[in-house]
Design a protein around this ligand. Structure first.
Ligand SMILES: Cc1ncc(COP(=O)(O)O)c(C=O)c1O
Length: 414
């Protein structure tokens, strides 16, 4: 999206503002699909947690994508789009048996990531086929906070516990119809997926009724100019070949699944925030924007890099700034960053703001959640209104109480 278009949207809808470009979402979706075109049955399940506005979910449904969910509430959001429940997969971690049963009742594909729930679910519902999430004990991902397939991770059933899964299946009569893994986010090396595929094929061979293998996600996207990303096309060639060989050996064209979040929506989104104050100190020039980690937490949470440009003065002379927020907490978006000269009221654009940005936003400092806009074929649509004070007060109860402390008997005697 052009700077002038983004600036016009900031003027029209106010700031801070999230903007999503569906052309980019579609081209990423097509890129991934094309990379695996030699696989007979491919299914992408968009990871809803990355960006869960129902209009974005509907856009994915219209592309033919399935949806990957982690909570009952995400499943409910997906169902508002009219998607068939069997096109939703539920991959939660550490949720209760009751929540899994509620989702299963809707006809959604269940993915279980621990032996305890697997056994309980199998005993009560042996007729419902489930997928199992395997932890392949592979260290992969951009940093330790987003690496989830290693031996110390809370996710998945250890690869060493596959014999236990088989025992549960034998004892309960349940059916395993899918094998899943997800090792982390920001994975550059396609070798990670290839090594993991050998592990998953080995697991799949041990079950008779596998319909799909889900390789999760974790594809890295570029965050700044010159950044490298996962070589999807190369992965497509190599993994498809292995997958097709596995299907021949297994005697069935099973489905190859992925559940990408970041790859599909990260680059499609930008976050626009207005500069409230430019503050020169003895060591730094701070640009304080009308936002904070309440709206975009990734830099403070994961040290994530978001490229920042000044769309009000894109041709200005570059200067060094620390871009910070307005909340009462250290909320640094970027330190010592070269940005075109910033003046108060300029609009800064935070790139790669489609994934894990709005969906992680909060009301900290009682600030409103930003508005969201979706651009489809050049036309902008407001898909979430900025909150108001009514939203902040909505679930709070006003109760009558006396703030005067009651005097005890002992205090009266004394
Ligand atoms: C189980 C699972 N699948 C898919 C994803 C999406 O990963 P990414 O956004 O890196 O594509 C995640 C991310 O946390 C996940 O936990």
């Amino acid at each position: 999206m052009e700077n002038s278009q983004l600036l016009a949207l900031a003027n029209k809808y106010g700031s801070p503002l999230y903007v999503y470009d569906t052309d980019k979402i579609e081209s990423q979706y097509n890129r991934l699909t094309n990379a695996f075109s030699s696989v007979k049955n491919l299914k992408l399940n968009y990871a809803v947690k990355a960006l869960s506005n129902i209009n974005i979910l509907k856009f994915f449904k219209n592309l033919g994508s399935g949806l990957d969910t982690v909570s009952y509430q995400e499943v409910q959001l997906c169902l508002t789009t009219g998607i068939e429940p069997h096109n939703i997969i539920f991959t939660p971690n550490g949720v209760s048996l009751t929540e899994i049963e509620e989702v299963a009742k809707l006809g959604v594909q269940i993915n279980i990531d621990n032996l305890s729930i697997l056994e309980q679910f199998g005993q009560k519902h042996p007729e419902i086929p489930v997928c199992v999430r395997i932890n392949p004990h592979i260290m992969a991902g951009g940093n330790s906070k987003i690496s989830v397939g290693h031996i110390d991770s809370k996710f998945g059933i250890s690869i060493h516990q596959v014999p236990h899964i088989k025992r549960v299946v034998e004892n309960t009569g349940m059916n395993i119809n899918g094998i899943h893994m997800h090792t982390g986010s920001d994975i550059l090396d396609i070798d990670t997926f290839l090594r993991a595929s050998d592990i998953l094929f080995d697991v799949a061979r041990q079950f008779e009724n596998i319909d799909f293998i889900d390789f999760g996600s974790g594809f890295k996207v570029p965050y700044k100019e010159g950044d490298i990303s996962t070589d999807i096309e190369q992965l497509g060639v190599q993994l498809s070949e292995r997958f097709n060989e596995f299907c021949t050996e297994y005697g069935k064209d099973i489905t190859l699944m992925f559940e990408p979040g970041k790859f599909l929506v990260s680059e499609a989104g930008v976050f626009l925030a207005k500069v409230n104050v430019v503050k020169q100190t003895t060591s730094t020039v701070f640009a304080h924007v009308d936002s904070g980690f309440n709206h975009l937490v990734r830099p403070m949470m994961y040290d994530s890099y978001h490229h920042i440009t000044n769309i009000s003065n894109p041709k200005g002379r570059d200067r060094y700034y620390s871009v910070v927020g307005y909340i009462c907490e250290t909320d640094t978006f970027a330190s010592n960053r070269r940005i075109a000269e910033i003046s108060e009221e300029d609009v800064l654009c935070f790139h790669n703001a489609g994934a894990y940005c709005f969906s992680m936003a909060s009301n900290y400092n009682s600030r409103y959640l930003p508005a969201e806009v979706m651009v489809v074929n050049g036309q902008d649509y407001l898909i979430r209104k900025r909150q108001t004070i009514e939203d902040i007060l909505n679930n709070q109860e006003v109760v009558e109480f006396s703030s005067k402390k009651k005097t005890t008997k002992a205090e009266v005697t004394a």
